[in-house]
Design a protein around this ligand. Structure first.
Ligand code: SAH
Length: 253
């Protein structure tokens, strides 16, 4: 068991995907010890009930005067500053801190500044949003592999390092995060690279929360169906035959 949150140190903590019950015991314990908590936009406000009344909560998801998120370097600098001031710092991040969401950059900044840190893994939306939609990301007889990718760049973007071609050709489950705004481009890319347009696909909006909504479709029709249903971010997209299991395993919504 890892120890207490010492003054002058930082804990990078996963808050889970939304359902407050999916916050880990360790996360709750460290939130109780924190002097300052830096939170993301995607973190459920309910998880902050563990924070002591005298602790400071900083919303780094947006700044009040511009309405825009501070740059990553500013968040890194804030973490370092609070720790150097001798505070016990929790950086609470949506889902798992090391599944996208730039947790590794924050950890690197702490290493460079010589600040001790610990990491508390969280339940990632990549798997949990699917599970609450009744979709197991792997299932015997369906697929034995699952790949979690970022959809924040179009497959044709020269900056994209996602291997869309091999992902399209394998039989595995694909979970796409941050892909809501480019859903049509992403699905077209998969078809162009060899996935059948009939492959089952689904989008889960605000998975694991009471506002969860699910659209089940196919790779060819998903973008239109999601636009028609009016789903908005955060959305997790699941592609693969496992999506058909929802019919039988749907339990939450
Ligand atoms: N570290 C996070 C992911 C951060 S990237 C994690 O492990 O879950 C942000 C993306 O995560 C969003 O664009 C969306 O694709 C996905 N996401 C986060 N919370 C979600 C939720 N409750 N339901 C569906 N997708 C979610």
């Amino acid at each position: 068991m890892s120890g207490p949150l010492l003054p002058g140190t930082v804990a990078l903590v996963g808050a889970g995907p939304g359902d407050p019950g999916l916050l880990t015991l360790r996360a709750a314990e460290l939130l109780q010890q924190a002097d300052v908590v830096l939170v993301d936009r995607l973190v459920d406000p309910d998880s902050l009930r563990h924070v002591r009344a005298e602790a400071e909560v900083v919303d780094v998801g947006k700044t009040s005067w511009t309405g825009t998120a501070p740059r990553q370097e500013e968040i890194n600098a804030q973490l370092v500053e609070h720790a150097k001031a001798g505070r016990r710092v929790v950086r609470l991040k949506g889902g798992d801190p090391f599944v996208f969401g730039r947790g590794s950059e924050e950890a690197e900044a702490l290493v460079e500044a010589g600040i001790a840190f610990q990491v508390v893994p969280g339940v990632t939306s990549a798997i949990a949003a699917a599970a609450y939609a009744g979709i197991p990301v792997t299932a015997r007889g369906y697929t034995q592999d699952v790949c979690v990718v970022t959809g924040h760049l179009d497959p044709d973007d020269p900056g994209s390092r996602v291997r869309w071609q091999s992902l399209a050709q394998g039989p595995g489950t694909l979970v796409i995060l941050m892909g809501h705004d480019r859903l049509r481009l992403l699905m077209d890319g998969l078809v162009r690279h060899g996935r059948s347009a009939d492959t089952p696909a689904a989008c889960v909006e605000q998975g694991t929360t009471s506002a969860q909504r699910v659209v089940v479709s196919t790779v060819g029709a998903l973008a239109a169906d999601v636009a028609e249903a009016g789903l908005r971010a955060p959305v997790a997209t699941i592609v693969g035959d496992v999506v058909t299991l929802r019919e039988k395993l749907r339990w939450f919504d």
